[in-house]
Design a protein around this ligand. Structure first.
Ligand code: RUQ
Ligand code: CUA
Length: 652
């Protein structure tokens, strides 16, 4: 076993072993329930969940041995990346409630950088600089809840242009430019509440970015129909990934959880866990089957073109009707409150994970073709397998060798199963499609395989994003880190390689081989970069050459201060303004040396920003405090970094 040490406290990690077939008390929605491990949750059990009002049962989160299975030992564990060596993969990690995106290296699991997206960030001045405020918009909320970071595609391969991510908290979608690893667009989604699932179109390219509004609300949500849930709706949204404008929306029945796209550019699909249109927990769990709704992209485009749509409230976005009976959609009943939906990298199938059912439903894209062509009678005819996997299946990932890996939230396991064998079993043949079950620690949500959501799935690594870490790390207070576990799937059996604590709660990640990104990422800014083009335009109007001028422009109550930074000095040793002036400081880092970043922090003004080599950054504030204010460099850039400071003199 790797990563284990002989330690007298080791026993406290080990909890009693549990065997298949035993009944268990498990956490679901924080309520204790009795479950038979291999059968679908019966009505009684579900009533139990709904009715349970007692508190959380501590200590029953899991009863797995802490190191039940792990990697074979050796001097060099599989995740060993020597000092100075580069990782083979980029991991694009959602930062969850932090609202950021994190870039990790794999297999080392080292965090490389954080990209502020929906969150203010003092390090780089996100939410402080004018350049970031142009992206965040006016009156931006204090953060966001990012779940699903996905890269743009061309023909089913990563093309290294963008990362897209949802904001569930404030109903937005953001785009990150991969070349500078910086957020360049954030847009609100109209007619919707709480964007959850998100997927870029794979083929022919991105193209559309599809996203799900999870909550049903009145249309428009302006105070009407407050307590009339029959008049609540939700919509599926297609964003143009190039312009970040909304192309169209589809009104659907039920709600929308996760979404996925095919490998042909014909369809996208989404899970619904609230076919009941309920507004309470018991109601949302009532039906034994909810559904997957499939969107026929060509037909939707044609309907929009033909003008067969409406608009809602002040929004001009075309909204087509995709509710039951529409020719634009297909509703496939699947058990029960399905959650994750994942397309196989061979382009043939898409699976919806049952969550409250121990099954995953495998649907065939070509049968979906047949259904839309009128060749199949029942929506369920597109289902080609429904393997029983274990309790609480949430998400499935693929190795490109015909195997699927599904997280079992309640069982705290990853189950590896074979897709072809599951199809044979569904046809009545006696085959065992389960290949292996691996204990993870604990309660996995998303998982992801290396390159697994592309045609280039390479079956080397699997990440299990575990919501609970419990006893795996040194205690750090009541809030525990999540535990993202790295699993080697290159062989016949899964091997647990590493535990990696992460700040809550990543939800989802993608693993990208470095060859798809490494040459696309800039190591220095281009002076012509559009990210600060507007600031360059302002300087031009002031007759300023940013790369050499150090000047103060007075424009009534407005003062614009232009200066360069070059280690270890700013271009100005001081500037003077009057109390109440609106001051804009524009700094251009003229250093050419890679990694020679400067900062600008105005003491007692709550301002900091980063200026990397060849970048221009600007910030605007009101000089409301008379006196001497030193501004100083915040990035250790030079032996005389501490001396890199100048004064703002504010006259009373
Ligand atoms: S979700 S744990 Cu927000 Cu992607 Cu499934
Ligand atoms: Cu410039 Cu420190």
């Amino acid at each position: 076993m790797t990563k284990t040490v002989k330690d007298p406290t080791a026993q406290i990690e080990a909890a009693p072993t549990k065997h298949d077939g035993e009944s268990d008390t498990s956490p679901l929605h924080g309520a204790p329930i009795k479950l038979s491990r291999r059968s679908m949750l019966g009505t009684t059990a579900l009533a139990g969940i709904a009715g349970a009002s007692s508190g959380f049962v501590g200590g029953l989160i899991t009863s797995r041995p802490a190191h039940a299975q792990s990697a074979s030992s050796g001097n060099k564990p599989e995740d060993y990346v020597a000092p100075g060596q580069l990782d083979e993969y980029y991991g694009i990690w959602s930062g969850g409630q932090s609202g950021e995106v994190r870039i990790l290296g794999l297999p080392s699991m080292r965090e490389l950088i954080r990209i502020p997206v929906f969150n203010p960030d003092f390090t780089i001045g996100w939410g402080i600089t004018n350049e970031s405020k142009r992206v965040l918009g006016k009156n931006f909320p204090p953060g966001g809840d990012g779940h699903h970071p996905h890269l743009s595609f061309t023909d089913g391969h990563y093309d290294g242009r963008y990362i897209f991510i949802n904001d569930k908290a404030n109903t937005r979608v953001a785009r990150i430019r991969c070349d500078i690893m910086r957020t360049d667009k954030i847009i609100p989604i109209p007619n919707a509440q709480s964007i959850h699932g998100l997927r870029p179109q794979r083929v022919p390219r991105t193209g559309y970015v599809f996203c799900n509004a999870e909550f049903r609300v009145p249309h428009p949500n302006d105070g009407r129909d407050l307590n009339d849930p029959k008049k609540y709706f939700t919509v599926y949204t297609a964003i143009n990934g190039d312009t970040m404008e909304i192309a169209w929306q589809v009104l659907v029945d039920g709600n929308l959880d996760n979404t996925e796209t095919d490998y042909e550019g014909k369809y996208s699909a989404a899970t619904c866990y609230n076919s009941e249109d309920a507004v309470d927990l018991a109601g949302m769990m009532r039906n034994e089957r909810d559904w997957v709704v499939v969107f026929n992209i060509k037909r939707i485009e044609a309907a929009v073109k033909a003008g067969h749509y409406k608009t809602i409230g002040h929004s001009k976005v075309p909204v087509v009707d995709g509710r039951h009976g529409s020719k634009l959609t297909l509703y496939v009943p699947v058990p029960k409150s399905p959650h994750g939906i994942n397309a196989t990298p061979d382009g043939k199938y898409v699976t919806a994970n049952g969550k409250l059912s121990p099954t995953t439903t495998v649907m065939s894209w070509s049968k979906i073709d047949d259904w839309f062509a009128g060749k199949l009678k029942e929506p369920r005819d597109v289902v080609v397998a429904e393997p029983q996997l274990g309790l609480g299946p949430l998400h499935t990932a693929y190795d490109g060798r015909g195997n699927a890996y599904t997280t079992l939230f309640i069982d705290s396991q990853i189950v590896k199963w074979n897709i072809d064998d599951a199809i044979k079993a569904y046809q009545g043949q006696k085959v065992n499609y389960i290949r292996q079950k691996l204990d993870v620690a604990y309660q996995p949500g998303h998982n992801h395989t290396s390159m697994g959501e592309t045609r280039d799935a390479d079956g080397k690594w699997l990440i299990s994003l575990n919501k609970f870490s419990k006893d795996r790390f040194l205690p750090v207070g009541p809030l525990h880190p999540d535990n993202d576990q790295l699993i080697d799937i290159s062989g016949d059996t899964m091997k647990l390689v590493a535990d990696a604590p992460v700040y809550c709660e990543p939800h989802d990640c993608t693993i990208v081989h470095r060859r798809f990104l490494i040459d696309k990422v800039k190591r220095k800014w281009d002076r012509g970069d559009p990210f600060f083009a507007e600031t360059v335009g302002m300087a031009k109007r002031d007759g300023i050459t940013l790369e050499k001028d150090n000047k103060v422009i007075r424009d009534g109550n407005k003062v614009r201060v232009y200066m360069t930074s070059s280690a270890p000095t700013y271009g100005l040793e001081e500037f003077t303004v009057k109390k109440g002036n609106e001051v804009t400081v524009v700094i251009t880092n003229v250093d050419q040396i890679e990694d020679l970043t400067h900062g600008f922090c105005m003491a007692n003004y709550g301002i900091n920003m980063e200026i990397s080599p060849q970048e221009t950054s600007s910030v605007t504030f009101v000089a409301d405090k008379p006196g001497v204010h030193w501004f100083y460099c915040t990035f250790f850039c030079h032996a005389l970094h501490l001396e890199m400071r100048s004064r703002m003199l504010v006259e009373a």
